[in-house]
Design a protein around this ligand. Structure first.
Ligand SMILES: [Zn+2]
Length: 611
């Protein structure tokens, strides 16, 4: 029997909201109070503060024919660059997120000022279209003549406006967004479906997602119907049939489309979109992700599934940061549908190993690729001459580190991440404070403050890596515990001062590549360990500016390791500080430290290990 592709027929949008099983607390109600998360937030805030608003809107003013004396940026934002304006959109999102994370009035004021400036540009351009590049790019896109990615850039600006409205309450941003959406609706509505599918071969970011988001907040289905035109059927059909045809695709082009699919399911209940998101996430996670949670090589998936050792050899440009950022965003949707703690096993792994540790403590600059090639080093953007895609998702990422720690439903609260923080459930008169130096400390402590004694469920995530564990309430041990990748649920009446101490013992673990059992990485609990290979020859020019380590300019022979037994604890021993280890009995022993602590140093995550 001939199989009918699920997305063959034209799409018909009908609004039907799918209730979430769990929802995150509004960001304004959650505060990060310490640790490396607070540090990363501040490093990023510092970088954002140093970028002036007039420079961020310069290309838009020029394109609209308005005066600007600001000094143009370089890199992907240089005045002739085809993606110019993309970072401005990211910056708006980051401003909205940082405002929601910290309540900073200065951050909001700068975002508001930029929205107002961009609204002037939009008015000058006729009231709908808003961009830093001319309309001629759209003619090229339409004629299928080479142009970088106009809709990708437009999506960033629309998403920035949406976030300024949703998170920072800026009404003008919603008006600008509706003007832009109206232009996009008109432009795409004039194409035949066949031609539109052809246009979708050019990267378009999350155009579908932002239009669905707009439909959701305005209750106007028109925007969802426009969003449906960004359904790339050749990509969605195999996914809905649970088939991995990802080889050869550009990774970060496609993850945002799947986030859009997730959003489409949430506002329509159409299971085809559910299946696209569900299978895609599962496949990327289980068949195409490195030990850090990162995915992609040279921005693509280059091999059949489960061939990561082969993939790793293809280039040093592994694990683009945008991909990690977008996979975390997708994970939040899937978790909201199910409240399944396994989603947070992935979230935690990627957050700890690929996000924390790719922002530089000195200046808040971030990475493009987190190279996993043995002997690599981390490279970072320049202050104002890079503005890669990942610089854009970078400023967003570290502005929203509080957004997934605590979730809720009608019965109570889910504690999904172990981060020093507090959540204020104002509607219920409950405040929960979390104190921990996790992962240096193998556990966490939660303390309650309530307006009046209150009954609720507290669900504590017990991670996949936990080696047993224990919990104490007000100093008294509970007899039961929960299995890894599940919740330990505590149901009781809570009083002010009640506290929970959760201990989650960690152990040293090995993860081998699926296609090469001898190519191995080591973890302690959730923390990926990297061997410190020294800093010899590393110069500022090699670290700042290149988007990946230029290994040929600084060759290094990385030692192979010999395992004394199948248990890594037999030959990898605790070192001097927390989360520090060293090998024993090797020709050349190495010190292992968390990958997320390595800066300005060469390292190896994967090792050739012989028995
Ligand atoms: Zn990127």
């Amino acid at each position: 029997m001939q199989e009918v592709p699920p997305f063959e027929a034209p799409l018909e949008f009908k609004r039907k909201d799918v209730p979430a099983k769990a929802e995150p607390f509004p960001m304004l109600q959650v505060r990060i109070t310490g640790g490396v998360y607070k540090d990363a937030q501040e490093w990023n805030r510092g970088y954002m503060e140093r970028l002036p608003a007039d420079r961020l809107v310069h290309n838009f003013r020029v394109n609209a024919g308005l005066d600007s004396t600001a000094k143009p940026f370089g890199g992907w934002e240089e005045p002739k660059g085809e993606l110019r304006g993309h970072f401005t959109g990211h910056f708006l999102s980051a401003s909205a997120l940082l405002y929601a994370s910290t309540g900073s009035k200065d951050v909001k004021a700068k975002g508001d000022e930029m929205v107002a400036e961009l609204a002037k540009c939009q008015a000058k351009l006729g009231g709908g279209y808003l961009s830093a590049f001319p309309r001629e790019f759209w003619d090229r896109l339409d004629r299928r003549v080479q142009v970088w990615a106009p809709f990708y850039t437009i999506h960033k600006i629309m998403a920035g406006m949406y976030d300024m409205y949703r998170l920072a309450g800026n009404q003008q941003a919603l008006e600008v967004l509706q003007g832009m959406a109206g232009w996009a609706d008109e432009w795409t509505g004039a194409k035949t479906e066949e031609h539109m599918q052809n246009i979708l071969q050019t990267e378009y970011g999350g155009m579908n997602e932002v239009l669905y988001n707009l439909a959701a907040v305005t209750h106007d289905d028109k925007w969802a119907k426009a969003g449906d035109r960004f359904t790339k059927k050749s990509f969605f059909n195999p996914l809905a049939l649970r088939r991995d045809e990802l080889r050869g695709l550009h990774v970060n082009t496609h993850i945002p489309q799947v986030i859009g699919a997730a959003r489409r399911y949430e506002i329509s209940g159409d299971m085809r979109f559910h299946d696209v998101a569900d299978y895609f996430w599962y496949e990327v996670l289980t068949a195409r992700s490195y030990v850090t949670g990162g995915t992609s090589n040279g921005e693509g998936w280059l091999t059949p599934p489960r061939q990561l050792a082969a993939e790793l050899k293809r280039s040093v440009a592994t694990a683009e940061c945008c991909c990690a950022y977008n996979m975390l965003k997708l994970t939040r949707h899937l978790y909201a549908w199910t409240a399944d703690p396994r989603y947070f096993d992935y979230y935690e792994r990627t957050l700890i190993n690929h996000r924390i540790g790719t922002i530089h403590p000195d200046n808040g600059h971030t990475q493009y690729y987190l190279s996993l090639t043995p002997g690599a080093w981390k490279t970072f953007n320049t202050e104002d001459n890079s503005f890669w895609c990942c610089t854009g998702t970078g400023v967003e990422e570290y502005a929203k580190l509080n957004d997934s720690i605590y979730w809720r439903d009608a019965d109570g609260i889910y504690v999904n991440l172990f981060v020093p923080s507090g959540v204020d459930w104002a509607e219920k008169g409950i405040h929960v404070r979390q104190e921990t130096s996790f992962p240096e400390q193998a556990g966490t402590k939660l303390t309650m403050k309530v307006a009046k004694p209150t009954h609720m469920l507290v669900r504590l995530r017990v991670p996949e890596w936990a080696q047993g564990g224990g919990v104490k309430i007000n100093g008294k041990s509970l007899e039961t515990f929960a299995a890894p990748s599940s919740y330990l649920t505590i149901s009781r009446m809570w009083n002010t001062g009640d506290h929970i101490e959760l201990s989650l013992p960690m152990a040293l673990r090995v993860e081998s590549m699926p296609d090469d059992a001898n190519l191995q990485a080591f973890l302690y609990g959730p923390v990926v360990l990297a061997g410190d290979l020294g800093a010899e020859g590393l110069t500022e020019a090699l670290v700042t500016g290149p988007n990946a380590p230029q290994m040929r300019r600084l060759p290094l022979s990385v030692p192979t390791l010999k395992a004394a037994g199948s248990d890594p604890q037999s030959w990898i021993k605790p070192g001097d500080g927390p989360l520090t280890f060293h090998t024993a009995g090797q020709q050349k022993d190495v010190t292992l430290v968390p990958l997320n602590r390595i800066f300005d140093m060469r390292y190896s995550v994967y090792w050739q290990v012989t028995a």
